[in-house]
Design a protein around this ligand. Structure first.
Ligand SMILES: NC(=O)c1ccc[n+]([C@@H]2O[C@H](COP(=O)([O-])OP(=O)(O)OC[C@H]3O[C@@H](n4cnc5c(N)ncnc54)[C@H](OP(=O)(O)O)[C@@H]3O)[C@@H](O)[C@H]2O)c1
Length: 293
């Protein structure tokens, strides 16, 4: 099976490439070179370049590239539309032309966060540009691709920086190890997901060619504050450095959903690789950090 992964140097893409390494994987990247022997540098926003993915004759395309900076999307909606909607449309069309199976990585931010515990068939209602453009990306996949799986995930984290950035867990670890006091929000609930477990659940979904929409997150629905406290406990760091704050103190440009946690009953029921509790996922993160990733 030949698998092309876009965003292959990103937080999720980097781990997907690693976990799928028993297959022939080609990593598509722009500025963050992936850790795979086969790669292709492409600026996806140059839409005519996308046909080069078709030249690779993929059996599966995992489209994980996106403009993921929520505030940048709000500031530059045209760029967000180009990367999250138009690029996805071209990739969806290409998957049909090349008869390949398309996986589109989407987000909990397609929901408004008023309810939480969203199931796959709950109605999306995004409240910021990022969420709106990712939802339109889903619609492009449904419209133009033939065989596809849309996987929605939430607050991914992992043991290594990716695309030149730390993730929330690595940021917390740095601050706590330096004994810096940090404010962490109590009123934003998501389903934090270890990138390794996401990639393992994704691999099983691809091997079984599951189609439709599937929520692929870890199992705990918690605030960033609760996540930070659990991380401190698991890593033996001082919980007292973590101060509860509310999101009205954050100078965020884009609105964030209050509770965008995802219901993972379907993934739990059908996959052998299960969504994990945050305690179990953070213990795995600790092992990864200690062994260098
Ligand atoms: N991060 C989250 O909180 C979150 C939550 C739920 C869902 N998701 C979704 O999960 C997927 C992966 O996100 P992530 O967390 O791994 O984000 P990430 O680390 O920011 O990775 C995104 C990737 O997109 C690539 N990309 C952006 N513009 C590109 C362009 N013009 N040409 C080629 N590649 C381009 C980047 O490539 P280079 O680095 O090589 O430039 C980067 O590796 C995205 O679809 C995102 O919407 C993310």
């Amino acid at each position: 099976m030949r698998i092309v992964v876009t965003g292959a140097g990103g937080l999720l893409g980097k781990k997907i490439v690693k976990v799928f390494s028993n297959y022939e994987v080609i990593g598509v990247y722009y500025s963050s070179k992936p850790e795979t022997p086969n790669f292709l540098q492409l600026n996806l926003s140059d839409l005519k370049e996308i046909k080069k993915i078709g030249d690779l004759s993929p059996d599966v395309i995992i489209h994980a590239a996106a403009l993921t900076d929520v505030d940048k999307c709000e500031k530059q909606p045209e760029l967000a539309r180009l990367l999250n909607v138009e690029v996805t449309k071209e990739i969806a069309k290409l998957s049909k032309e090349t008869d390949s199976f398309l996986v589109y990585v989407s987000t909990d931010y397609v929901f408004d966060g008023e309810k939480g515990n969203y199931r796959e068939d709950d109605k999306p209602n995004p409240i910021n540009v990022y969420g709106r453009t990712k939802l339109e990306g889903e619609e492009m996949v449904k419209k133009y691709a033939d065989k596809y799986l849309i996987v929605r995930t939430s607050t991914p984290y992992g043991s290594n920086p990716a695309s030149g950035k730390d993730n929330f867990a690595l940021w917390l670890l740095k601050k706590l190890k330096n004994r810096e006091e940090i404010g962490v929000v109590t009123d934003q609930i998501t389903s934090p997901t270890l990138n390794t477990n996401f990639a393992l659940m994704l691999r099983e979904s691809v091997e079984r060619k599951l189609e439709g929409i599937l929520h692929l997150t870890d199992a705990s629905q918690i605030s960033r504050f609760e996540f930070a406290i659990t991380l401190a406990k698991v890593f033996g760091l001082s919980e007292s450095l973590i101060k509860p704050v509310t999101s009205d103190l954050m100078r965020w440009l884009a609105k964030r959903p209050k509770n965008s946690s995802l219901n993972v009953s379907m993934a739990s029921a059908i996959l052998s690789q299960k969504p994990m509790t945050v305690e179990k996922a953070l213990k795995l993160l600790k092992e990864e950090v200690e062994s260098g990733g």
